[in-house]
Design a protein around this ligand. Structure first.
Ligand code: GRG
Length: 297
């Protein structure tokens, strides 16, 4: 935003870590180089300059790391990626990279499951290279994330990040429910949202604290912070799906409701307009039902 004052820029969490974010982007590009040429062009798709997304998760983790006193840089020379990037970085910076890699893997699989056509303002990988390569590229990114994780040499950290991956799968599976009762329940929505979005942020925040040598109590506070931030992030994302435009979202708007997915704005509207529940119960499959539901929002 060119109109922003320099004071606003100094307060902006993304601007504050802009240099580190661009280093992370470079490292990610070197960490996703695949041996098989076809896989290489698929795996690097969302790491290319200009299609890196908002980098919300790395930004949060870098701030968490500086709040908890990043320890001295650690030589990554003895792991697979050290020789590629050839520099020193902290284990916390590695967590930021690994988290982003897991996030992108989940986006690749998600776009296949949802038959999406746009992501980050460009054609989604499933459209450009097909479903099969998208799934394989996601698998490849997950395995690279595992290699990077294990090189940090902390089994608790490996276990927390693996739990976050399991939670992504839980959340996506919960979202597939056809039960009217579950789709209309705020409790179900919050549990699904924790799994789908908050868990990766909370667990990675906790890993940063553990790797900074913090106590179990502080690590738990970092986890709670990440959990609340993650839930808030998804709530806003759900509102933006109704209020945003394709250019601001980087994908089509109204994608949740068009997939029959019930999110917070509909759940709140249902409290005010009980008639809306009948339409939601029918599954939001008919375009006419979607139009009626939108009138209530
Ligand atoms: C292969 C790890 C793995 C998981 C498989 C498909 C699946 C299970 C999970 C998908 C979970 C998912 C897509 C959750 C949505 C999370 C979310 C809020 C995505 C949008 O994040 P942004 O806005 O995206 O940070 P950018 O593009 O800015 O990075």
């Amino acid at each position: 935003d060119l109109d922003r004052s320099s004071e606003e820029e100094q307060m902006d969490p993304f601007s504050l870590v802009a240099d580190e974010l661009s280093l992370i982007a470079d490292r990610l590009r070197s960490m996703v180089i695949a041996e098989v040429p076809k896989l290489a062009s698929a795996a690097e798709y969302f790491f290319k300059m200009g299609v890196e997304g908002k980098r919300f998760r790395p930004t949060v983790l870098l701030h968490m790391a500086s709040a908890l006193n990043m320890p001295t840089p650690w030589s990554a020379a003895d792991n697979l990626f050290g020789s590629l990037s050839g520099d020193l970085r902290t284990r916390q910076q590695c967590i930021a990279e690994i988290t982003e890699m897991i996030h992108v893997a989940s986006l690749l699989h998600d776009d296949v499951l949802d038959d999406a056509d746009t992501r980050r303002g460009i054609g989604s990988l499933n459209i450009v290279m097909g479903n099969k390569l998208s799934v394989l590229a996601g698998d490849f990114l997950l395995s690279r994330a595992c290699i990077a994780l294990s090189s940090l040499g902390n089994t608790e950290v490996v276990s927390l990040m693996a739990t976050a991956v399991e939670h992504l799968v839980n959340g996506e599976t919960m979202q597939m429910t056809t039960s009217a009762e579950k789709r209309c329940s705020m409790e179900y929505y919050l549990q699904k949202t924790f799994y789908k979005t908050a868990s990766l942020i909370s667990n990675s925040c906790k890993c940063v604290a553990i790797l900074a040598g913090q106590t179990a109590e502080v690590s738990m506070l970092a986890y709670n912070y990440g959990q609340n931030l993650g839930l808030a992030f998804q709530l806003i994302d759900d509102v933006l799906d109704f209020t945003g435009t394709s250019s601001s979202l980087g994908k089509g708007s109204l994608s949740d409701i068009r997939h029959g997915i019930v999110t917070a704005p509909i759940l709140f509207a249902m409290e005010e307009y009980p008639q809306l529940r009948k339409i939601v119960d029918r599954g939001l499959k008919e375009p006419a039902d979607i139009d009626i539901a939108l009138d209530y929002l």
